[in-house]
Design a protein around this ligand. Structure first.
Ligand SMILES: *[C@@H]1O[C@H](CO)[C@@H](O)[C@H](O)[C@H]1NC(C)=O
Ligand SMILES: [Ca+2]
Length: 227
């Protein structure tokens, strides 16, 4: 390591900014259960959202509740939240209100989800392994706050904190994306298939993130297309 790289590494360490990385074919492994670990995500730009889509892929044998994606503002800790309260349910929050999507219990395999919301109609979409579920509605006319703490692995009950370790995630996470728009059905399927995707404000191929605690980045063991 040269002198300059060394100084940059030290500065990065001091300021807590760890990485912007292409995580293609990699996963975050949350090793402990329950866990106090998490990953902080830094969006490309923080702006209020009228429309958004969140996608991610997870692999776990947890049967207790766990958080998959937690986006909190100072005004609302559940501004955007994707939670799995039990194996047969996903819960999707926007601005503190939620809708529930009932799903078949997993077969202990990777599950890919995309969930989207548009303010104009309040319509929420939920896609599991490339298939759309019946749409639901919430928070018509709402605007999602811009200044957010975005975390994987823990559910926030306060801005950047207020964790309950019994809502922590344990297992493997990958292919995390946030777009400031609703994706078309083609792009929802493309996300499931890990194909080319539109520019995003958080994206797995150039993720700015900071690991807090026991989370390890590893290559994934096999292709993660679900049933
Ligand atoms: C949000 O989506 C609606 C419906 O697709 C569209 O008309 C509107 O322009 C979008 N708003 C923004 C800010 O992108
Ligand atoms: Ca919360």
């Amino acid at each position: 390591m040269g002198q300059l790289q060394l100084w940059l590494a030290i500065l990065a360490g001091l300021s807590g900014i760890v990485a912007q990385e292409d995580l293609y074919r990699k996963v975050f492994i949350f090793r402990k259960d329950p866990s106090d670990a998490y990953v902080v995500l830094r969006p490309k730009l923080g702006q209020p959202l009228q429309n958004f889509t969140v996608c991610l892929r997870s692999y776990t044998d947890l049967t207790r509740p766990y958080s998959l994606f937690s986006y909190a503002t100072k005004a609302q800790d559940n501004e955007i939240l994707v939670l799995k309260p039990k194996p047969s349910e996903y819960r999707f929050y926007v601005g503190g209100k939620f809708v529930t999507f009932r799903v078949p219990e997993g077969h202990r395999d990777w599950e890919h989800i995309c969930t989207s919301w548009e303010s104009a109609t309040g319509i929420a979409e939920f896609w599991l392994n490339g298939k759309p579920w019946p749409r639901k509605g919430l928070q018509r006319g709402y605007t999602v706050g811009a200044e957010a703490a975005i975390l994987l692995g823990q559910e926030q009950d306060a801005f950047g904190g207020g964790f309950d370790v019994y809502n922590s995630f344990s297992g493997e996470l990958s292919d995390v994306y946030l777009w400031d728009m609703g994706l078309s059905p083609d792009k929802m399927r493309a996300a499931y298939q890990s194909l080319r995707l539109p520019p995003s404000i958080l994206g797995w191929r150039s993720l700015s993130y900071e690991v807090k605690g026991d989370v390890v980045v590893k290559p994934r063991l096999r292709e993660a297309l679900g049933p």
